[in-house]
Write a protein that binds this ligand. Sequence first.
Ligand code: SF4
Length: 322
Amino acid sequence: MPPQPRDITGWAPGDPNEPIISLTVRCNQRCVFCSRGAEVVQYSPARIRAVIAEHKDSVCFEGGEPTLAPDVFKWIRHAKKSGVRDIVLVTNGHGLEDPALARRYLAAGVTLFNVNMPAHTEQAYDAVTQTRGNFPRRVAAVKNLIAAAGPKKVRLTFVVNTLMLKSMPAYAAFILREFPGLFYVEINALKLLGNSAARRWLVPPLSAAAPYLQKTFKLLSGGGLNFLTDGFPLCYMKGYEQHSIDAQAMARGETKFSMGEKGNCPPCARCTLAPLCSGPRKDYTALFGWKELRPSKLDPAAVLAKFERPRGKARRAAGKVG
Ligand code: SF4
């Protein structure tokens, strides 16, 4: 059989795919923490079709800013027609303050809007996104999406960085006040990839982040808003371990492709929570080492009991340690 042609993304028919579709490299913001960069490519139609054919549970339309792609509706409709259950639009909210546009995305098939909301004031939003004057429109977009889509259809993403670290509790108060009906917020550790790779100063040490993370978790929990975290090891999730997206997957006995970006370190060998913890991000330990990790002595079964649907595999794993 002749070799299959590779497309501009380096992908060839038959290559494995993540459930992610990059529709464009263009973006109208320049978020300082953006992990996209030169390695981001616009997927070819053949690759988009392959991702959709391969992932009937869920696909994410991303970019750049996918709403800038001229064929965004065509591909969302194609995913819906192909029977994909969850169709996620990962967006900065561009244009979505328009109720008609929000309804158009819903009619095409979007089941979840994942909105990058990086700040809670105009000044901070401008600084973090390196744009001017977008904040009121983005706030209006989130409110509009919640109104148009209804419950469990809008989530926010917040990337922890040194510019916003001390404002995180105020950010939590802001989203609790402004966005009733929000499904959840995901709080992510910064990835030193793409555009942010050279901005090491944006990554707070875990010990510096810890008090602000804890205050934020407490506020969100107290306000009744669900949250998930990605990239924070369980030793920095004390009391809130069940909100770690990787720990949830491990509790279900699953692995996620993003776990490859993290890894356990020498102190983890002494930690009772290692079977539920994917460890810190590898780019974090390359920067700061692993001396801040705090091996836990908690009973892993007690931690596991806090998860909604703990399953046998992780229970067995948790039982092996400690
Ligand atoms: S010491 Fe290691 S295994 Fe234990 S919680 Fe921290 S990162 Fe996870």
